[in-house]
Write a protein that binds this ligand. Structure first.
Ligand SMILES: Nc1ncnc2c1ncn2[C@@H]1O[C@H](COP(=O)(O)OP(=O)(O)OP(=O)(O)O)[C@@H](O)[C@H]1O
Length: 223
């Protein structure tokens, strides 16, 4: 049953990809994630962590089962509706930052909110960039920023619309240890300040211990 007090409910979620030789990548995932909860997602390479994140974020449609995020049944939506549903509901932080190179830091944060129709997108983006310590970098392009600074912009972009759920896929994977540690501190601090739930894919046991709960994927299932 779907639980209304949960930000995420997943029920018997399956994902099969490939038409010639179909591979069942997710094989019956059940999980609930509460409001404000932080969850580390561990598992060997190829176990399906990124695929589960793609399904929870609405970037990939489950082949069967049910995914509900913030009260909305993702499995009942078509691709266009999913794209709209993601906006503002889910923030995503990836290993490789994925900032738009032709936009300044502020535009990278503001433009998704403008697409969402938020009138104060510019002001909010400036506030959010200040919250991640980049008030002096608003007009810089990604190529003019360090890796750690680019990830700060990505965190600001993810959190500025105040999503209920933040999904982070190895957010420190492209950073040196010291910068990575600062990015993790920042991500947890911003999550705390905004009350978002966090699912973070990591191979780092110390980072997993900072989360309220640890889920481990084994061969397309949660152990
Ligand atoms: N489009 C696709 N078609 C077929 N198989 C795929 C496709 N995308 C991913 N896979 C397979 O699904 C499995 C799970 O991949 P996924 O990226 O979710 O794993 P992961 O646990 O995130 O791995 P890693 O830690 O290496 O990032 C892998 O065996 C992968 O090869």
């Amino acid at each position: 049953m779907t639980r209304p007090d949960m930000v995420v409910t997943a029920r018997d979620v399956r994902l099969t990809l490939g038409s010639v030789k179909p591979v069942e990548i997710l094989r019956g995932i059940d999980c609930d994630i509460a409001a404000g909860e932080s969850v580390a997602l561990l598992g060997a390479s190829g176990s399906g962590k990124s695929s589960l994140m793609a399904v929870l974020s609405g970037l990939e449609r489950a082949s069967s089962g049910q995914v509900t995020v913030n009260g909305l049944d993702f499995t009942s939506l078509d691709e266009d509706a999913l794209a709209v549903a993601r906006r503002g509901r889910i923030g995503i932080v990836l290993q490789a930052f994925h900032l738009l190179p032709t936009m300044t830091a502020q535009e990278n944060v503001a433009v998704p909110m403008e697409l969402q129709g938020l009138a104060d997108a510019r002001a909010r983006s400036a506030d959010e960039l200040a919250a991640v310590g980049l008030e002096h970098r608003l007009d810089h392009y990604p190529a003019q920023l360090s890796g750690g600074e680019q990830q700060r912009v990505a965190i600001a972009r993810a959190l500025a619309p105040r999503p209920a759920l933040v999904l982070a896929d190895e957010p420190t994977g492209n950073l040196d240890a010291a910068t990575g540690a600062r990015i993790v501190d920042l991500l947890f601090a911003r999550r705390e300040a905004t009350g978002a739930s966090l699912v973070i894919i990591t191979h780092d046991p110390a980072l997993a211990r900072r989360c309220d709960r640890v889920l481990e994927m084994v061969d397309g299932r949660l152990a």
